[in-house]
Write a protein that binds this ligand. Structure first.
Ligand code: ATP
Ligand code: MG
Length: 582
């Protein structure tokens, strides 16, 4: 059963010292809890209530009376230490697991991430790790104390009954315990599947929430408030349904075991009556039996908790066991600063197999070229550009930079040579300064400022009351579209990479902002190899190489005048754009 958790044993290593002390405390707890009361009834009571109570001195009476507080003190302190030490180890283990989960998400391929929903991935990282923590602490709390209690309590039963009338009584007492295993196993089996469903549904609820918050504007604009609330309500009631199923099984266990144990005690009653067992022995045996049923009950609860933990683990392992497909080669080529010759040779790529988005595409983009990618929507331009930094890997064919296959480079070397300005630049909820610094983490404040000046961003940044320390809000929500784009351009200046990938913004900005960005970009592209997914005819016309995409093929290439002269798709696209812009 615990074998399921075996791959995670290395997580215990850093906390093994704590665990040893915790185990020790657990054993002491078990001894005082399991054997303390039965032995007290057996040895202490007869001295107080026996035939000659007067025979004891006053000191002795006190000493005998102190047996109870002593047992409880030892039990209390040991129990506390056990729980606390285990919990402190538990939270540290969980921290490590959570961190590993996060790290894994950083290196998994975009194709994997796009197959998942963000909310579900969040839920795995928070709710499932939380469940794992609950499992761990429950197991840790009772996993040591209860078996120890059980062992010592059973020891007492065996010890005391062995002095009584033969072994039949002992057998009668102990026979019930194995019977409790049946309900424990039954409930555990039922639970694991339902717990998995519950955690998965938790993921859907999280996703519903996060998606809704991400679309706050659309919800209001389209008047979707009620519809969204209804959809959310459906998700939560589905969650409640499985939660209740989990509760139904989990809660049935304790009463089942209590009922079985009550029958056990009744059997002992009957036996005791006919065998003429003395009251003292009988009370001792019942106390010891009670002390052993209680751990059995709690072990059943632990089993439930383990099943829930298994379900959480199953969900975490979807991420943990996903192979990292885009990673460093075993023997990477040494790459310094690239010159920037890019070549595609017979590159075929598909997001879903059998549906190629690029089919045997070849292109040479010499260093220092501004290359515009044009073509109708869905033709494969963004896909083409995304292959260069290896956001995805081509299915067949090769992509080289300066003649070196990009798959033989370290990812960090490859990506250090590339700067990316996307259509909708991503900003973190941090200061303007820190957002710029993402371009190159070791840049000096002077370099950051210089980049902002070149991108025509310095002026508006300084107009904020907090200047470069202004916090931009989630995804840069407190900035205008033009401001965000200029920050993205400044970031690219700072990166100063030989290859630049630009996804030109489709939304038109006001002409002043537009002009500043165009001017910044003109400076930015100097001396670099640029792939620009171009939407504006001004950009397209200025490009020294234009690749025309259609349905996953490059159907024409050349400069503007060559392509325009040869009619075809390019001319149609270009004329349409020009009339639209006019
Ligand atoms: N993550 C993805 N998963 C599956 N299919 C995708 C994915 N991204 C794009 N596609 C599909 O691949 C094809 C090419 O998409 P791509 O984004 O490269 O087009 P594009 O030329 O950049 O179009 P646009 O001008 O509209 O940006 C489209 O048919 C699109 O539906
Ligand atoms: Mg695109």
């Amino acid at each position: 059963m615990l074998g399921r958790f075996k791959p995670y044993l290395p997580y215990l290593r850093p906390v093994r010292g704590t665990l040893v002390w915790a185990i020790l405390a657990g054993i002491i707890y078990g001894a005082s809890n399991g054997a303390g009361l039965p032995l007290m009834i057996n040895y202490v009571f007869p001295r107080v209530f026996g035939d000659s109570p007067a025979a004891m001195t006053a000191w002795k009476v006190v000493a005998v009376a102190m047996w109870l507080p002593l047992v409880f003190t030892v039990r209390g302190v040991a129990g506390y230490l056990n729980s606390y030490l285990i919990q402190s180890a538990g939270v540290r283990i969980l921290e490590a697991i959570r961190l590993d989960y996060f790290r894994k998400l950083q290196v998994l391929s975009l194709s994997f991430l796009q197959k998942q929903t963000t909310g579900d991935l969040i839920s795995r990282g928070l709710a499932d790790t939380n469940q794992l923590q609950t499992t761990l602490t429950t197991v840790a709390n009772d996993g040591m104390k209860q078996p120890a209690t059980l062992l010592f309590a059973l020891g007492s039963v065996v010890y005391i009954t062995s002095h009584e009338k033969g072994s039949a009584l002992m057998v009668a007492c102990l026979a019930i315990i194995p019977l409790c295993v049946f309900p424990i196993r039954f409930v555990g089996k039922k639970l694991v599947k339902r717990a998995y469903q519950m955690q998965t549904q938790m993921g859907s609820v999280t996703n519903s929430l996060s998606e809704n918050l991400g679309a706050a504007k659309e919800v209001r604009a389209f008047g979707l408030e009620e519809r969204q609330a209804r959809a959310f309500s459906q998700e939560t009631s589905a969650l409640i349904k499985v939660q209740l199923k989990v509760a139904k099984y989990a809660q049935s266990l304790t009463p089942a075991i209590e009922i079985i144990s009550a029958f056990g005690i009744a059997v002992v009653f009957i036996y005791a009556y006919y065998a003429g067992v003395q009251l003292k022995s009988f009370l001792t045996i019942v106390a010891a039996l009670y002390m052993s049923y209680d751990p059995v009950k709690k072990l059943g609860a632990i089993n439930n908790e383990i099943k829930r933990g298994e379900a959480a683990l199953d969900r975490l392992e979807v991420v943990f066991n996903e192979p990292v497909t885009i990673r460093d080669p075993e023997h990477p080529s040494e790459v310094g600063r690239a010159r920037g010759d890019i070549a595609f040779r017979d590159v075929t790529f598909a997001y879903k197999s059998d549906e190629p988005v690029l089919t045997s595409v070849s292109a040479e983009i010499p260093a220092g070229t501004v290359c515009a990618l044009v073509g109708p929507s869905g033709a494969g331009k963004t896909t083409f550009a995304n292959l260069v930094p290896r956001f995805f890997d081509a299915e067949s064919g090769t992509i080289t930079i300066d003649g070196v296959d990009i798959r033989s480079m370290r990812l960090s070397d490859l990506r250090r040579n590339i700067a990316l300005v996307s259509q909708d630049p991503m900003l973190f909820n941090d200061t303007v300064y820190n957002n710029l610094l993402l371009g190159r983490l070791d840049a000096t404040p002077e370099e950051v400022k210089a980049a902002a000046v070149q991108a025509h961003a310095d002026e508006f940044i300084r107009s904020f009351p907090d200047g470069y320390d202004t916090v931009v809000g989630e995804r840069g929500a407190r900035l205008s579209g033009g401001q965000k784009q200029r920050l993205a351009v400044a970031r690219a200046f700072l990166r100063n990479a030989p290859i630049l990938i630009l996804d030109e913004a489709t939304s038109a900005l006001d002409s002043q902002s537009e002009q500043m960005i165009q001017d910044a970009l003109r400076k930015l592209v100097v001396g670099k190899t640029v792939l620009i997914i171009a939407h504006r005819f001004s950009t397209i016309r200025d490009a020294s190489l234009i690749l025309v995409f259609d349905k996953g093929l490059i159907v024409a290439r050349g400069n503007h005048s060559e392509l325009y002269a040869s009619e075809g798709l390019y001319r149609t696209l270009y004329d349409r754009q020009r009339t639209e812009a006019a």
